[in-house]
Design a protein around this ligand. Sequence first.
Ligand SMILES: Nc1nc2c(ncn2[C@@H]2O[C@H](COP(=O)(O)OP(=O)(O)OP(=O)(O)O)[C@@H](O)[C@H]2O)c(=O)[nH]1
Ligand SMILES: [Mg+2]
Length: 643
Amino acid sequence: MRHLIVGTAGHVDHGKSALVKALTGTDPDRFLEEQVRGMTIDLGYASLRVDDAVHLGVIDVPGHERFLKNMLAGAVAVDIALLVVAADEGVMPQTVDHIISLHLLGIRTGLIAITKSQGQDAEWLEVVASEVRDACRRTFLADAPIVFVDSISGAGVGILRRELADAAARTPDRRLDLPPRFQVDSAFIAPGRGIVARGTLLQGSVRSGDILRLFPRDLPARIRGLQSHGESLEHAVAGMRLGINVAGLEVDDVTRGSTLAGPGSVIATSRIAAALQPTEAGREILKDRDQIRLHHGGSETIGRLRIHQNDQVQSGDVMHLEIRLNQPIACVAGDRFIVRRYSPMEILGGGTIVDPAPPRRGLATAIRSALDARATGSVDAIVSDWLERTAGGGDIATISAATGLTVPDIEAALGGLIDRQSVVRLVRAKRYIATSELDANTKAAVDALSAYHSSYPLRKGMPRAELLSTLPIPRLPASDRDRYLQDLVAHWAAAATMIMDGPIVRLPDFEVALNAKQEALVSRIVAAIEQHYVAAPKVEELARQIGVPRQAVEALLPVALDRGDILKIASGIYLGHRSIDRLKGVITEEIRRTGTITAGRLRDLTGSSRKHIVPILEYLDSVRFTRRQGDIRVLEEDPVDAR
Ligand SMILES: Nc1nc2c(ncn2[C@@H]2O[C@H](COP(=O)(O)OP(=O)(O)OP(=O)(O)O)[C@@H](O)[C@H]2O)c(=O)[nH]1
Ligand SMILES: [Mg+2]
């Protein structure tokens, strides 16, 4: 069974709801107020089996200008548009608004019903028909079949039903291979069942027990049950009108405009890059910084246009722009939308989301390159274009939402792009980035490192954390950022671009090279330190002893340390190997004799002060020579030599 959605359209009072009732037997006007006023206010629903192979979910929309927002929320989910024009009035303002909206939303199949036709003479009906044809010129309805009906007498309704079956046969199937995406119209609490979200499954399929996410807030939701037109189901497919019984959400979260979708499959964003096709009015009045209403999915969101200076170069009628929204929407690249003026609320255009999370800079170029990539029709081109202009790249789900491509297509493309070395996979961060992004970071690191080596020729390298802080890495959440950096480091280590020596990084060809004078000074520093037993000399003291400036000692101490000629006991405290060996001997002897040693005892044995002894004992603990037990120390079972 195929499932498609039919949506009505047309001016107020032209007989949309009456026609739905004549076709399906269901009065779509659900609310008392609608029945009393004889006017549709919000979306109504019905169900129609046109033949054994096709089921149509019907969405009936209001025609009144004031409820255009509701009409648009219904229209985005439509496969087949049913334009209704009353024979007695002909084409009216909302007839035109609805035709334009459906066209700009990318709907491609439609039918025209001329209602209230009973009792009208044939000649008049032809006049109305040709007026309708005129109004539909250059739109998807230009060649749509026109059927004269009367919903009260039922005349023509049978013909219309057959035309609907034909139209269904011409309509492409909805995508079942994409992650599920359910557009919420409304939600209510069903006694004993909890929250039921009512709406249309736009793509993919769902099953009882599935875990989805509610966007744009990105909250987890579990499917407890599914109903379609009053029937319970275990499994539902795209094109169905559904009531989804969800667990894990508050009813207030499940509003019109929200979307239940596969994890990571849609992007919640308040900034989109878009290609907009303006209406005639739009072409006249749209300008940079205009406040507008964006109708996307079921939502209406206030936003502001940014038509960037260099966006004036536009292809054909299409404007490239950025829309900054007051509230996030849940979207995917390729989604359609309608733009209305903030006030008065006329329709100014409709368009396609080119990038749901566009770069902050170079937006004009970004939109053009995205559109160019799209025009090639190549998945490789679209994926690599997106990665090239998205710092930090993304995982496959993000790439899918940002490009509108399927996960299998993206996986296949990434395989080839990695082989051709235009994309790099970051294993820890679980992201893909453009090779150019890795290269930019590598270049920055190498530059910073070589600058460091020339500033500090006597240091064996740069502390890794300091190096990483200089990189032009993208803005990412903290944990992603750490993993991203780890991936960069792993990459450099594997490629031997840089040598990772514990926390120190150096370029492969860098070595600490001393001149003869410096070599001599290192030897003198080592010799001077070796002369001390327990009371380690201070830097000033060493400098005085050797007769050189303090800075010279400070610069060369790390060299002696790196070479292993002296030992660092604590910050600013250095001792020679001979001293440490002697101390170890004293300690071992004492412990052999008495079983333990204390700081006080070692002080007495060495004739020094507590100030000197405590850091030495802590050092010996740290190299696992001794082990502290409260105030006493014992020998580690298997002491590791400090050297
Ligand atoms: N004689 C006749 N009356 C009709 C026909 N279709 C609708 N009507 C009447 O026209 C009035 C408006 O019909 P609706 O179906 O409510 O119109 P609508 O297009 O749904 O109106 P909105 O939803 O408010 O935009 C009602 O009184 C209907 O009984 C028709 O084919 N023949
Ligand atoms: Mg109605």
